[in-house]
Design a protein around this ligand. Structure first.
Ligand code: NI
Length: 196
């Protein structure tokens, strides 16, 4: 296993469509996935696509951490356990395809290991179905919502040469992490002052 170098926005490998994987069980695919996992853990990301490590193949990995969906209001106690948006273990998708379900969208902050130090607000469909092959060559077919749906869409965009800033409609909501955090803190404080 090895920690791989991560391509940054502007590198051509990030803007070309990636090629399908012919044999998901091939040794070189297994090796690529192991290296991607090590690289993602080292970089403290929640997702990584093969083009980000300079390999133009349709492979992504991701997981959904337990406390990431705190702005998801539909996770209240009375609601039945929502498998779609609940935490997900490390998952590998090979040749994934996404189908958008419904018209609802939501806007949330995203970051990307290929756009280090920056964050931006991105609007995306709320609910999706995705199908992919697993490293064992089996078919995976899931629906997802909330952060789960967002991270899958973000990672699969990498396979089509799309980075999240290209999905943004308001570049005024794009900036360096520290500055955006400071701005949000100031806005929250101002709102508190205004509250009766
Ligand atoms: Ni990314």
């Amino acid at each position: 296993m090895a920690i791989l170098k991560i391509a940054r926005m502007g590198h051509p490998v990030l803007s070309r469509p990636a090629d399908p994987v012919e044999d998901p069980t091939a040794p070189e695919v297994r090796r690529l996935i192991a290296d991607m996992v090590e690289t993602m853990v080292d970089a403290q990301g929640v997702g990584l696509a093969a083009p980000q490590v300079h390999v133009p193949r349709r492979v992504v990995i991701f997981y959904v951490p337990g406390d990431e969906d705190e702005d998801d209001d539909d996770d209240d106690d009375e609601a039945p356990l929502d498998d779609e948006s609940s935490p997900q273990p490390l998952t590998v998708l090979i040749n994934p395809e996404i189908e958008i379900l419904g018209d609802e969208t939501s806007t949330s902050w995203e970051g990307c290991l290929s756009v280090p130090g920056m964050t931006g607000a991105v609007s995306r469909p709320d609910r999706i179905r995705y199908r992919a092959l697993t490293p064992e060559g089996e078919i995976l077919d899931r629906t997802a919502s909330g952060f789960h749906a967002r991270v899958v869409q973000h990672e699969c965009d990498h396979l089509d040469g799309i980075l999240y800033p290209q999905r943004m409609t308001d570049l005024g909501q794009f900036g360096f992490n520290e500055e955006m955090e400071r701005r949000l803190r100031q806005e929250a404080a101002a709102e508190e002052d205004e509250a009766p």
